[in-house]
Design a protein around this ligand. Structure first.
Ligand code: 4AD
Ligand code: MG
Length: 480
């Protein structure tokens, strides 16, 4: 006999046929009602045990956390809260869980803090919240591939180990096979990476963009979807040292086309979640409502989780130039009353997340795309505007999240790019191949990067980015 997933069982009509299910015990009430969960859905299957027909010693092993197999037939439920339940004929305990030990874990059936869940990250997928988030994460990843595949993009696998710094920000993890206790030295006494595995300095990629550009210049429309790494010491609820990024890159596309693509793409995946993840979204929505009950009225959000998602679908993202944004920020109340940590005094200031969130949450009250940033606060590869001081950059800003997408039209003019690299101190010998692209059939092209975890945060309403990735890596933490 094959076992059936609980998600399927719950959609089945009652019948006298016996079925088999397997899962982990969430609770066992009154020696009679087992709540069984197998991870296929947020919902538990109620298994009703007639305890007089089973050995006491067996029943004792049906404890929270234990893995069991149940055979019985599906009947209409007498109780409330479920349409069907299993009338248990046979039970087998597949893996026991000692109640004394379970007590000390997050499996014990009571409310645990998200911090405590993180300490036992190997068990947290068995909790309702984390299980729902991880199912959504999986569905969103699928929706992302579906969007690009349906729209004529090719999936490109950018290298994880690279010899370059795509962002020019120097936030890289070194990759080396040298003996750290006794590395070979060159004549100047520096570590001699010529004797390292790759015979040069290498690092984990911070972005697949530069390689994706080479592919866009041959395949036309491509996207990457892979892990990226940043050794930036940002201990916030929005930063990870290892995160997943989706980076589309499109030949013959300018910044306006790039903004259209970002908006259309984000709306597609959010719609997909609303259409395909109703149960998990409902659970997460109620969880948020619960959480907000402890907050003062003024701090509670005006919309429920799914209302927020629908709001994004139903409204155009507001497109605003950096220059306009600076004017708005200068005149804003928190700036005039010196409430911002970083006051906006003049054009050219880099925007902090407090400013981004003011624009999105207080001023425009909808997703915002900022574009045409000052050249000197953005990366070297962005296309210089005719004014000579701004570049064709764009950031998509989301409520509660801040920056969710960063992208640009790329500098396709050889001389302009070369000069910019010189001025910004970007090593041309490392990136000769990137410059080469501008020599052989150069063309207008654009792309962006979407931080996958920030998207998952937005869709699930989770406050901390550490709770939307299986095993978060942050400064001081690479446990598990
Ligand atoms: O703005 P970023 O740094 O842009 C790039 O890497 C470009 N090469 C993308 C491109 O044009 N192809 O990063 C893009 C996005 C950010 O908007 C943010 O959502 C996410 O990646 N991100 C992070 N997410 C989690 N933790 C971090 N440390 C992140 N850094 C960036
Ligand atoms: Mg950025």
């Amino acid at each position: 006999m094959q076992h059936t997933e609980i998600i399927k069982v719950l959609r089945t009509e009652p019948s006298l046929h016996e079925i088999m299910v397997r899962g982990w015990v969430r609770s066992f009430r009154s020696n009679r009602f087992i709540a069984l969960n197998d991870g296929s859905t947020i919902h538990n299957l109620q298994c009703v045990v007639d305890f007089e027909s089973f050995e006491e010693s067996l029943l004792k092993k049906i404890t929270v956390g234990a893995a069991i197999e149940v055979i019985g037939h599906l009947v209409e439920s007498q109780g409330q809260g479920q349409a069907v339940e299993i009338q248990v004929a046979k039970i087998k305990v597949l893996g026991e869980a000692d109640p004394e030990e379970v007590k000390r874990t997050i499996l014990s059936p009571k409310r645990h803090s998200m911090e405590f869940l993180r300490e036992q990250a190997h068990l947290r997928v068995r909790t309702n919240t984390f299980g729902a988030v991880m199912r959504l994460r999986s569905k969103l990843a699928f929706a992302i591939h579906e969007y690009f595949q349906k729209n004529g993009f090719y999936y490109m696998h950018a290298p994880i180990i690279t010899g370059s710094d795509a962002e020019g920000a120097g936030e890289m993890f070194r990759v080396s096979a040298l003996d750290p206790k006794n590395p070979p030295l060159d004549e100047q006494g520096n570590i001699d990476y010529k004797q390292d595995f790759f015979e040069k300095e290498t690092n984990l990629t911070v972005s697949g963009q530069l390689e994706a550009e080479t592919f866009a210049m041959g395949l036309g429309k491509v996207y990457t979807f892979g892990p990226t790494f940043r050794a930036e010491n940002s201990n916030t609820s929005r930063h990870l040292a290892e995160f997943w990024m989706i980076e589309p890159e499109v030949a013959f596309c300018d910044l306006d086309g790039n903004m259209d693509l970002a908006e259309d793409f984000i709306k597609y995946v959010i719609q997909f979640a609303l259409d395909n993840c109703q149960d998990d979204l409902e659970f997460l929505e109620n969880r948020l409502l619960d959480e907000e009950k402890n907050k003062p009225q003024t701090e509670r959000s005006e919309m429920s989780l799914r209302e927020k998602l629908r709001f994004v679908l139903e409204n155009n993202f507001k497109r605003v130039s950096y220059t306009e944004a600076i004017e708005i920020l200068k005149r804003s109340k928190p700036n005039q009353k010196k409430k911002f940590k970083y006051l906006i005094e003049e054009w050219g200031a880099d925007l902090q997340s407090e400013h981004e969130r003011y624009l999105v949450e207080k001023h425009f009250k909808c997703p915002v795309i900022l574009f045409d940033y000052p050249a000197n606060i953005k990366s070297f590869y962005m296309r210089l505007n005719d004014d000579g001081k701004t570049v064709r950059a764009m950031d998509v800003l989301f409520p509660g999240i801040g920056e969710i997408v960063g992208g640009s039209q790329r500098e396709e003019r050889y001389d302009v790019l070369k000069q910019k690299m010189e001025v910004m101190g970007i090593p041309q010998d490392e990136l000769y191949w990137y410059l080469d692209l501008r020599k052989f059939g150069t063309a207008v092209h654009s792309g962006f990067g979407l931080g996958f975890e920030r998207l998952v945060q937005f869709v699930t309403g989770m406050g901390n980015i550490r709770d939307v990735i299986p095993y978060p890596r942050t400064p001081g933490n690479a446990e598990f």
